[in-house]
Every structure is written in structure tokens, then in C-alpha cells.
Unconditional design. Structure first.
Length: 365
């Protein structure tokens, strides 16, 4: 029997991505703990509720490192599985300075580095140095897109094994009735002849919803009757709220906050859109593709691992002309079944049943 720690910055991350794997370990008789911010009703042996602060080297996070160090020394885990950039960094630093630095194995699952090949040299260098600080305590590194994998290999961000995986797995495509679509669209006051764009994600600079505000005229030009739902919370919620008021977009843009019915919202949308600057392997886009909802997204890592431009979706560069061009093409192809069938077919390799066995081989060490 092993003692295993799953760690992430938020409990929602654990529940969204890792429950099937936790169930696997539990069924094997392993003892499973979770370290995260928040609590939840999980069938596990222990939860450590730890506060994380986004500013990575804040005084609060330095104290958190010492708390984690004490936990690691007391529990003596056989396997630690870290997720999310901040939590992963703090856990690995804590392990390196602990008395149990040579005990057990640690796997870091990268759900998307916060930098890419397009990031400024200075910012990218800082992030790489931070990752290199942790490589001594990282026994295995798992990435989820081609660019992150190439970065990890090029800069040797793990002393041992580096693998690229097809994500943690999305559920099998759900089936919904037309009544669900009608109900959701009615809730958000979307008329039957309006095109509903939906962007699900944290309201942040990285997710780059501001690009859509800056190019709302392009959307309106191609789709005169439309609504845009921004689903999610984040530091920029109040700013986007003020932008909607300043630009008088109350009848076009809806700040929905966190939504519990994300799958129903995706199904009820005409187009899933993302203007993100950086991704790992975006879950909501995969879910949209699995049920044949057209996707238009920025040409960045993560998106390019899922979308073949013009075949199963559309990719645009983060500028006005490219965005407008791809919107025009999408409008012409919106109701073509071939696009939707290509989405459904290509996304099968990312479904949980397709990735689970291969992932277990890599994390059950």
C-alpha cells in the first residue's frame, strides 16, 4: 500500500481532472491525501486546506512552503502528484528543503506553462529559472501539448523522465435535449435568430478576453445578431463589467460569472470562442468539439494541438484582420456537418477511456 498526495492550487482542479485517478488508487488500497485550497466531499483519507497567494514569492507563500515542508516530513509520502504552476512550485521547493527530500517519487503534471515561445525573453527566462529550481525534486514530468514538451526537453526541466500526454481525459460526450438548449438560451435572453458565442475561462490577462472587447465591431460586422457570454470569475471581473458599461455592450456581452452547467452552456452555444494567449490543453474546447459545437480560437499552444485550421475548427492570429477573416469563413461553414463530424472524430483520442490506461502507467510509479 502506498501513501499518495495529490496537490493543486484549487479543489476545483482536483474534482475536474483527477477523480478517476484517485478512485483507481483507492481501489488498489492506497491511502490518498489531497493538498489544496478549499475543501470538498471526496472519498479520500485526508484533505490539507492550504492558502496560496498568486504572487509566487510573497511572504504568505514563503510561510506556506514551511507548512508544506512539515506536512511532507510527517506524512512521508511514497508518491506526490503536483498540478498547477504555483502549487507545484511550492510543493517541490518544500520537498527539496525537507528531511524527506530523497523519500518517495514526485510527478509534476504540467497543465500549461505560463510562458511560451512567444513570451518576452525576460519573462520566459524567469519562468524557466523557477522551473529549474525544482528539477531536483521532480522524478517525472508530464506535459499536455507539443510546445510545452519541447520546452521541457530543450531546457531540461526534469532530470529524469519527460512525457507528453493527451490530457487527463474528458468524459464521454453527453447527450442533451433541445429543451435544454432552449432553456439555457432563454435564461440568458438569447433570441432564436441570435448567434451565441461562449468563452469559458478565468477572467484574466492570460485568457485575454479584452481582445474580444477590442474587436467587438468585427463580430458585429459578420454576425449582426449575436450575444457573447463570458463564463468565469477572476481578477478582471470588475474591469470587464465597467468596459461593458463604458462601451454600452449590455445587450451584447454577458458576464455570467462561474457557471455550474458549463456543459449545457456549451451545448446551447452556436460557437465556442477563445482569444487566450497561452493554454495547456483547454478542457472546454475539447468538450465543445466532442459534441460538434464549432470552435474558433487563437493560434497558440494547446489550441493548435486540438484544432486543424479549416478542418475541425478555425484558428486566428491575435490581430483584427486575421480575426475578421476567420469569422467570415466560419459564418459560411457554420452549418456544414463535415466540420462537426471532424471535430467529434479527432477529439476521441482525448476522451478519458482513451487516455486513462496510458496515464496510469506513467503516474503509478
Amino acid at each position: 500500500m502506498k501513501k499518495i498526495l495529490y496537490a493543486a492550487s484549487r479543489m476545483s482542479h482536483i474534482t475536474n481532472f483527477h477523480l478517476p485517478y484517485i478512485d483507481y488508487f483507492k481501489s488498489n488500497g492506497d491511502e490518498v491525501h489531497v493538498l489544496t485550497q478549499g475543501s470538498g466531499n471526496l472519498d479520500i483519507d485526508k484533505i490539507y486546506d492550504i492558502d496560496f497567494e498568486k504572487k509566487i514569492m510573497s511572504f504568505k507563500n514563503i510561510r506556506t512552503i514551511w507548512k508544506i515542508k512539515k506536512i511532507l516530513e510527517e506524512e512521508k509520502y511514497d508518491l506526490i502528484i503536483t498540478n498547477t504552476t504555483l502549487c507545484s512550485f511550492l510543493i517541490r521547493v518544500a520537498k527539496q528543503i525537507s528531511k524527506v527530500k530523497n523519500h518517495g517519487k514526485l510527478i509534476n503534471i504540467v497543465h500549461g506553462y505560463l510562458f511560451s515561445n512567444n513570451t518576452s525573453f525576460f519573462k520566459k527566462t524567469i519562468y524557466i529559472l523557477v522551473e529549474k529550481m525544482c528539477k531536483k525534486s521532480t522524478d517525472r514530468l508530464l506535459t499536455m501539448n507539443k510546445e510545452d514538451y519541447e520546452i521541457a526537453v530543450k531546457y531540461r526541466l526534469c532530470n529524469y523522465d519527460i512525457f507528453n500526454i493527451n490530457g487527463m481525459g474528458i468524459p464521454k460526450p453527453p447527450t442533451f435535449s433541445q429543451e435544454v438548449r432552449s432553456s439555457v438560451r432563454s435564461f440568458y435572453s438569447v433570441d432564436g435568430d441570435e448567434i451565441l458565442f461562449t468563452y469559458i475561462g478565468e477572467l484574466s490577462k492570460r485568457k485575454n478576453q479584452i481582445f474580444l472587447f477590442e474587436n467587438i465591431e468585427q463580430i458585429s460586422k459578420i454576425f449582426p445578431r449575436f450575444k457573447l457570454i463570458l463564463a468565469g470569475n477572476g481578477d478582471l471581473f470588475d474591469f470587464y463589467k465597467s468596459e461593458i458599461e463604458r462601451l454600452r455592450l449590455q445587450d451584447k456581452v454577458i458576464l455570467a460569472g462561474h457557471v455550474n452547467n458549463a456543459k449545457q452552456l456549451i451545448y446551447s452555444s452556436d460557437i465556442i470562442i477563445s482569444s487566450s494567449k497561452s493554454e495547456g490543453l483547454p478542457f472546454n474546447i475539447m468538450e465543445a468539439m466532442s459534441i460538434g459545437i464549432p470552435v474558433i480560437a487563437s493560434r497558440i499552444k494547446g489550441h493548435t494541438d486540438l484544432i486543424i485550421d479549416g478542418y475541425n475548427g478555425y484558428l486566428f492570429d491575435l490581430n483584427k484582420d486575421s480575426f475578421e477573416t476567420k469569422l467570415k469563413i466560419l459564418k459560411e461553414k457554420l452549418d456544414i456537418e463535415e466540420l462537426k463530424n471532424n471535430e467529434k472524430s479527432d477529439i476521441k483520442k482525448f476522451i478519458l477511456d482513451s487516455v486513462f490506461d496510458d496515464n496510469i502507467i506513467l503516474i503509478d510509479i
